[in-house]
Design a protein around this ligand. Structure first.
Ligand code: ATP
Ligand code: MG
Length: 716
């Protein structure tokens, strides 16, 4: 009998509806940003439940982040009422895997209360394993091994599966042995690391067909969001689970694949059609998120990529406002311009939680955060601590605090053995005892006892070196610029080196943050003034205000949407990021471009790009060219904004003329030249002009278009 269309289906377009109603068999939704892929998944869950195809507990639904899982639960609850509360199997690959493992821990020689190690624990253990093999940890650092082991785990490889040649890359052929030893050590500690969550599940499913069968029975339907970012282990995990009923629906967008550096394989999209023959493939082409200019800009940019499946996107929204590109003199001005805009929006009554600032690397956040704090713009950093709360920044600050004050015990304790210098718990205990008895601080006590025989020779030498170093640094503090001093301290203490040797994925980011810290120091008259400032910033309470601007990395913004999106730092070297280019060449560039595409497609109504002509990198001012991605944006959809009016308030003392000249030189990229020539030829006079109207400043085509607007993607 014809069933009355359920209310939750009514808002969908025909293709979305097809993807929801094709309940049985494999389904692949391949579609661009904002086309409603996530919405299809939530509606599909509602549909499965409402039509009694499955109980909530029989649906396995995988999201990329915990935040996405929470949002999905809310959306389902909204569609089908309270039913969604019982969705025990909606979560990330890791959280679901952990849950499965706890139920079958004994089959993997674990107890169900196993602990999940964090990165620090993981590294500590690696070091022990390396030392136990008699290998020099200085030459073959634990973090490097951790990097290898993670990548093997991402590929679903247990120690026995790693090809001998590949395992040999670490410690002259000992890599495989160390991996096995590390796994044994974990088991004896009743512990797993993050990668194990997936890997152990794979082992469980492969070696215990009866267990796998119970999950085939249980999971009637499987749904996967952000499918383009699954790595091999995750893919195998899904394939094993889906083999039973083959009711698996994956949604993804190859143009948003941004985790290649973590082992994600876009090829999984192609493998899907191969492994699940006869899959219903649905393409969604209407974008419901962004206005015309924004969508056209994003589509044009991604069309420059050669390796893509290709797709068409269109919107029926109005063209809306053009995408703006603003050049700033330097990164500080950039932060000020963004803050000014946000304040203007705030005073118009705009909702701050509909505003996001998305950065390429987390070191970009500091100047923004500082400006927000100064001007009282409420913000939150999503997916990570605020700048001064990061571990490496706290460590560096602890060193500086000890330089400034020999009585800062908290600071001293934090760094006394970071990097590891053989000053373990026993030594600290002796220091504490001495400090208590003599009413001295820890550092003062250290000074007092390095000559006594209370300490073992090795610890004594290490402690003496540290004490002497602090003496030296404090002496220098008087006459050395604090930025330089900080650099010296971080170098001589071995702290910088510790991260340089580190092979984990976030090490480079931490080094960037440290450089950013050093850089920022020279903005203050002296070190105490700086430390004072930071404690104020740290204390700055954003209060109970619920509406806040979000700051996050582009990677963390996947799947989210905001009315207004600010994208600072569109400069060569920063974005595309030089490291990605150096390490992965053309593929790296294309992944950077996809990341740019993710950023552009987060915006609903307003999209604002920035670049700064000057940014201090590694302590040196560098003149940066605008990102090549800016060149690649379609002229007719973007508007180049002149920041000169704001500039004069900045107090740089530079004349507007100087400023124009500097833009002139930094704009010397072929793309812009071409654009300028074209404009000149068109007689529009929007290029550089002597009247100082700025670069571009184009206003033509400003009339708002209404109605459908088709934006073709290029098929490759
Ligand atoms: P991304 O690739 O960025 O994750 P997506 O394809 O998952 O995007 P959604 O987040 O599901 O897209 O949807 C984008 C926006 O469009 C959401 O605000 C959603 O509610 C809205 N939307 C989706 N489909 C429809 C529809 N049929 N009618 C109205 N709005 C829709
Ligand atoms: Mg989505």
């Amino acid at each position: 009998a014809a069933v009355q269309a359920a209310s939750y289906l009514s808002g969908l377009n025909p293709e979305q509806r097809q993807a929801v109603e094709a309940t049985d068999g494999p389904v692949l939704v391949l579609a661009g940003a904002g086309t409603g892929k996530t919405r299809v998944l939530t509606t599909r869950i509602a549909h499965l439940i409402a039509t009694n195809r499955a109980y909530p507990s029989q649906i396995l639904s995988v999201t990329f982040t915990n935040k996405a899982a929470r949002e999905m639960k809310e959306r389902v609850a909204h569609l089908v009422g309270g039913v969604a509360e019982g969705m025990p199997w909606l979560g990330t690959f890791h959280s679901i895997s952990a849950k499965i493992l706890r139920r079958h821990a004994e089959l993997l020689d674990l107890r169900s209360d196993f602990t999940i190690l964090d990165t620090d624990d993981q590294i500590r253990l690696m070091k022990q394993v390396i030392a136990a093999e008699g290998i020099d940890e200085k030459r073959w650092p634990g973090r490097m091994l951790a990097g290898f082991i993670d990548s093997w785990k991402n590929r679903g490889l247990a120690p026995k599966d790693v090809a001998p040649g590949e395992a040999a890359v670490f410690a002259n052929g000992k890599g495989g042995k160390l991996y096995a030893a590390y796994q044994d050590r974990l088991k004896s500690l009743n512990a797993v690391d993050f990668g194990d969550l997936l890997l152990h599940c794979l082992t469980l499913f492969r070696e215990h067909a009866d267990v796998l069968a119970t999950y085939h029975e249980r999971f009637r339907y499987i749904l996967v969001d952000e499918y383009q970012d699954t790595n091999t282990a995750q893919y195998l995990w899904l394939r094993l689970l889906a083999q039973g009923r083959r009711n698996i629906a994956c949604v993804g967008d190859d143009d948003q694949s941004i985790y290649g550096w973590r082992g994600a394989e876009v090829d999984n999209i192609l493998r899907f059609e191969h492994d699940f023959p006869g899959a219903t493939v649905v393409r969604l082409e209407r974008n419901y998120r962004s206005t015309g200019h924004i969508l056209a800009t994003a589509s044009k940019l991604i069309a420059k990529n050669e390796t893509r499946l290709g797709k068409t996107l269109r919107t029926e929204d109005e063209a809306g406002e053009k995408v703006t590109i603003t050049g700033a003199w330097d990164s500080q001005e950039e932060a000020r311009l963004i803050t000014d805009e946000i304040e203007a929006m705030q005073s118009k009554g705009d909702n701050l939680s509909q505003i996001a600032v998305l950065v390429r690397i987390s070191a970009q956040m500091r100047e923004l955060e500082e400006r927000f704090v100064q001007t009282g713009v409420p913000y939150r950093v999503i997916g990570g601590p605020r700048f001064y709360e990061r571990a490496e920044i706290r460590d560096a600050m602890a060193y500086l605090r000890c330089v400034v004050s020999a009585t800062d015990d908290l600071a001293f304790e934090r760094i006394v053995n970071v990097p590891k210098r053989g000053l373990g718990d026993a030594t600290i205990q002796i220091l504490h005892n001495h400090a208590r008895a003599s009413q001295l601080s820890l550092l003062q006590s250290a000074r007092a006892i390095v000559e006594s025989d209370e300490l073992k020779p090795k610890a004594r030498t290490a402690l003496r070196e540290l004490v002497e170093a602090f003496g030296r640094w404090s002496g220098r503090a008087e006459h050395m610029p604090q930025g330089e001093l900080a650099e010296l301290v971080l170098e001589e203490s071995g702290y910088t080196e510790m991260w340089q040797k580190d092979r984990s994925a976030d090490a480079a980011g931490r080094l960037e943050n440290l450089k950013e810290l050093v850089r920022s120091l020279d903005e203050f008259p002296d070190l105490p003034a700086f430390l004072e400032h930071v404690s104020l910033v740290m204390d700055a309470d954003n209060g109970d205000v619920t509406e806040r601007v979000s700051i996050m990395t582009l990677h963390g913004a996947k799947g989210l949407e905001f009315d207004t999106v600010f994208l600072p730092g569109w400069e060569e070297g920063l974005f595309p990021n030089q490291r990605a280019l150096d390490e992965s060449g053309r593929a790296g560039l294309e992944e950077e471009r996809r990341l740019a595409h993710v950023g552009l497609t987060r915006a609903r109504k307003r999209l604002k790009l920035y670049f700064a002509s000057n940014r201090r990198i590694h302590g040196l001012w560098q003149s940066n060219l605008p990102s090549r991605f800016i060149d690649e944006l379609p002229e007719e959809h973007v508007e180049v904004v002149q920041a000169a009016s704001n500039y004069s308030q900045g107090g740089y003392g530079a004349s507007r003329f100087d400023r124009m000249e500097s833009f002139g030189s930094s704009y010397n990229t072929p793309g812009w030249q071409r654009a300028q020539e074209n404009k000149a030829r068109g007689g529009g006079g929007q290029g550089f002009s002597e009247s100082g109207s700025g670069f571009g400043g184009s206003n033509f085509g400003g009339a708002r278009q209404r109605g459908p607007m088709l934006i073709e993607g290029e098929l490759t």
